[in-house]
Structure formats: structure tokens, C-alpha cells
Write a protein of this length. Structure first.
Length: 386
């Protein structure tokens, strides 16, 4: 028997379990039998660091509720390219150093592909700098200075604070209100808001009516600023505060202040804590009203929230839902076996993308996806009117 025949009849080595699974998966795919493709069964993991226990808990839990509803619905529909998405939450207590530690922990997990909606200006800065090779999608801050930094890994879904303040002041001007003041926190977030406020007033050929500040984003020492605003009695006061906004509005009314209050989008998560004090409050929105079913994205959001066991709709949860939808589109464009680099490239290719009534437009040199800004008012019966 020749050597060639001997090789022909040599028994094949016993296939490994991985080879068997791979062959079954391939056969199923070729035959179109609808069997699970085990070779693609690894979960796509997404990290989310936000405040779940401190002053910004309302915003943080709202964002996560919306993003969870989106990914749960996505998974029920089969996931992305047949692969499920797992959203992993870490509480940073609204502390930048903990947000950074959470981001580094996410980065140490090789299955973690991106980070979703970090909450806060300093928190976002720490997260983006800590993980330059991972996509950071939908930070919940509109601080303009952050967007001017060279952080190509960060994709902003919401409009910026300058655009919000422009919209609020333009709305006030249309209503004939020219005496407009502001209260802001004396920190990087607040300084950015103050600069935007002054620029918007200059554009409208107006002068500041009163400028007051609190010690910081998390400081509950709002009494002095409230008293200063009450004494100046502007027609409008723009509230550049987030979690401390309810305390400020309460202090303003207690000090006899009767000014109309206009909040920024970051105030929205605190509306429920204001109770009746929220009635008449106007504020900027960077997503549609969660009740505006003329938008396709809102109809999908409401259906998925209800399917997730939640019938209460809010601006923060709609924003979290939209952030998740944008990231999911980036994951789809990253291909069937996405890497962190592929996700970054996939997000960059999102241009003129209709999210369901809101356009998202990234690109090679553009990381600001949405220009959507609207103004809403809380009516006397507590309804959101836009």
C-alpha cells in the first residue's frame, strides 16, 4: 500500500466541541432552518454610568429606564444581527472620580463595546478621557466647552445649552418679555451656561436683568441666589440648575419672587419633585414631548415603555430611549462581529438618519447629532404643553 493510500484511509481526528457547534451553525445558516447561530451568540455589552442615588437620581434613573426599554424591545425582536444586547449599570453617585472608575472598569471588560449616556458635565469629561478607544454615546449634558475638546470617541445626541438658551430667550422676546435674569451653579457647567446666556442676550440686543449663582451643581445653598432674584424681580429667570432646581424655585417663591421661571432641559428630571410649583414653568426640551405621538419615535417609545412595565412617560426616559436607538444603529453598522473600533466607525457613518421625526447627523468631523430644541410649559393641571 502506497503512502498516498495510507493517508487516504487514516481515520479523521475526532472533532472538537467548538468545531461541531461551528459546523451545525454553518449548516443551519446555509439551509435556512432558523436554528440559532451559536457562533454569534456572544452578548454585546454596553455600560451605563450615572447617578442612581444622589442629587441627580431622577435624571439618571429616567435615562436608564428609557434605554432599558429600548434594548429589551430590541432583544425581543432578535437583537442586532442575531445577538442580544446587555445594558450594564453602575452608580457613580454624581461624582466625577467614581464615573471615571466605572468607565475604566467597563473598559477592562473586553466584551464591553461602548458607554451610554453618562450624566453630568465633569462626569462626562472624565468618562470620555478615560476610554479614548470606546464610543461614549449620548452624554446627558449640553456644555459647549466639552464639545470643543478633541474627543472623537464622544457622540452627542442632544443639542447644546447655547441652543437651548437661544430658544428660551427668543421665546421670551416673542412674548414681549425683555427683562431676563439667570441663576447658575458656580462650576464648569454653570460658567458655560452664563456665557451662553450673555451671548444670546447680546444677539437679541438685551442686557442681563440679574445674574445670581449657587455654590455648585450639587449645593442646596440656594437661598441667597433666590433672594437676589426676588429683589431684582425680572420678568423671566432662566434656571441653570438641575437636581437643585426644586429647592431654588421653592426658595424663590418663599422670598416673594413672582418671576416666570424658564428651565433648561436638565431641569426636566426634577419637575415631579416640584409639585404645584412646577405649574407655569417653561423649559427647553432637546427631545420631543413624550406625549407628542405625531412623532414616530414617541409612538415606539411609548409602546416599548408599556411593554417594559412602565406607563409613566418623561423627557429623561425618552432621551435615554433615543440615545439607545442611536447606539444600536452604530452597532448595526459595525457588522456581525463588532469591535470597539468598528462601533466608532459605525457611529461616524450615521448621517441624515431619521430617528422617527428627529434627524441625527454625525460624520467624520462632526459629533453633534441633533439640533432639535423646543419649548414646553407645565399647565395648571400638571400637563406638559409644547
Amino acid at each position: 500500500m502506497s503512502d498516498s493510500k495510507a493517508r487516504t484511509f487514516d481515520p479523521l481526528p475526532k472533532p472538537t466541541r467548538r468545531q461541531v457547534i461551528g459546523r451545525l451553525a454553518g449548516a443551519a445558516a446555509v439551509a435556512g432552518l432558523g436554528l440559532p447561530v451559536f457562533a454569534q451568540a456572544r452578548t454585546l455589552r454596553i455600560g451605563a454610568t450615572f447617578d442612581n442615588s444622589s442629587v441627580e437620581k431622577a435624571n439618571g434613573t429616567g435615562l436608564f429606564l428609557g434605554s432599558s426599554a429600548y434594548f429589551n424591545a430590541l432583544n425581543r425582536a432578535g437583537g442586532i444581527n442575531g445577538t442580544k444586547v446587555e445594558l450594564v449599570m453602575a452608580d457613580d453617585q454624581f461624582k466625577p472620580d467614581i464615573a471615571k472608575a466605572n468607565a475604566l472598569s467597563f473598559a477592562a471588560d473586553s466584551a464591553m463595546l461602548a458607554i451610554l449616556h453618562p450624566l453630568g458635565t465633569r462626569q462626562t469629561a472624565e468618562v470620555s478621557d478615560a476610554v479614548p478607544g470606546m464610543a461614549v454615546v449620548g452624554p446627558n449634558t449640553g456644555t459647549v466647552s466639552l464639545r470643543k475638546k478633541a474627543n472623537p470617541n464622544t457622540f452627542w445626541v442632544r443639542a447644546n445649552y447655547d441652543q437651548e438658551i437661544d430658544k428660551l430667550i427668543a421665546t421670551a422676546a416673542v412674548l414681549g418679555q425683555s427683562r431676563i435674569g439667570i441663576v447658575y451653579s458656580n462650576d464648569p457647567l454653570g460658567q458655560s451656561l452664563l456665557a451662553g446666556y450673555k451671548a444670546a442676550l447680546a444677539k437679541a440686543k438685551l442686557e442681563p436683568a440679574v445674574v445670581a449663582s449657587t455654590p455648585g451643581t450639587t449645593s442646596m445653598e440656594v437661598g441667597p441666589a433666590a433672594k437676589q432674584i426676588a429683589e431684582a424681580s425680572p420678568q423671566i429667570v432662566i434656571i441653570g440648575l438641575a437636581g437643585t432646581a426644586p429647592a431654588f424655585v421653592k426658595a424663590l417663591r418663599a422670598a416673594g419672587g413672582k418671576s416666570s421661571c424658564y428651565g433648561l432641559s436638565i431641569t426636566a428630571g426634577s419637575l415631579s419633585a416640584m409639585g404645584d410649583l412646577a405649574h407655569g414653568l417653561g423649559f427647553a426640551m432637546v427631545v420631543p414631548s413624550p406625549f407628542a405621538t405625531k412623532f414616530e419615535i414617541v409612538r415606539r417609545y411609548q409602546a416599548d415603555m408599556i411593554a417594559n412595565g412602565t406607563k409613566e412617560f418623561s423627557l429623561p426616559s425618552l432621551e435615554g430611549y433615543m440615545d439607545a436607538a442611536v447606539l444600536a444603529e452604530g452597532l448595526r453598522r459595525a457588522g456581525p462581529a463588532p469591535t470597539r473600533a468598528a462601533v466608532l466607525a459605525g457611529l461616524e457613518r450615521i448621517e441624515a438618519y431619521d430617528l422617527g421625526g428627529v434627524k441625527i447627523n454625525f460624520g467624520r468631523t462632526n459629533r453633534e447629532g441633533s439640533q432639535f430644541v423646543d419649548v414646553a410649559v407645565i399647565s395648571t393641571n400638571g400637563r406638559l404643553v409644547s
